[in-house]
Design a protein. Structure first.
Length: 162
């Protein structure tokens, strides 16, 4: 019986070139406009939760309605620029996360297909080595070290072909 192939796709060289060009273009647009925070800085500044987004939205609305209430030391133009850009960035993050998850899920199925087929090949080589097929014992000996028993149950399950 043939093995179930969960996914079968391929990218042409042209598609990969186009994809790489677009990713490079994205990187180029973001150059000098994005930052990389350290883990400590990420913790220090945190993320604004939905409740806090509501506070920002409400404050912006009231600032628009009551400009005389804005403290003189608050740069409203900078606030508005940050507000607009944050929304623009957030929309792109959502799209990129969706695309990234699609790629991760696709890779997961490709990995599964490759691993399943590799185990099937290994089992055949093990059988052929037992039948003294020329060259099979060398391949079997080389591959069997990859399936050494592990002390953890999870590793044993994953590394031991049945």
């Amino acid at each position: 019986m043939a093995l179930e192939n969960l996914i079968s796709i391929a990218f042409t060289d042209e598609e990969l070139t186009t994809l790489d060009q677009h990713l490079t273009g994205i990187k180029r647009v973001l150059e000098g406009k994005t930052v990389n925070l350290t883990p400590d800085q990420r913790q220090q500044y945190g993320r604004i939760a939905n409740q806090n987004k509501l506070i920002v939205d409400k404050a912006k609305s009231y600032m628009e309605q009551n400009p005389t209430w804005i403290p003189h030391f608050l740069d409203k133009e900078e606030f508005d620029r940050d507000y607009i850009t944050r929304k623009q960035v957030e929309d792109r993050i959502q799209l990129l996360r969706s695309l990234s998850q699609q790629l991760v899920d696709t890779k997961t199925l490709l990995d599964h297909d490759n691993y399943t087929n590799s185990i099937t090949f290994y089992r055949m080589v093990r059988f052929l080595a037992g039948e003294n097929e020329p060259g099979a014992k060398t391949v079997y000996e080389d591959m069997k070290v990859l399936f050494k028993k592990s002390t953890s149950t999870t590793a044993t399950t994953k590394n031991t072909p049945t």
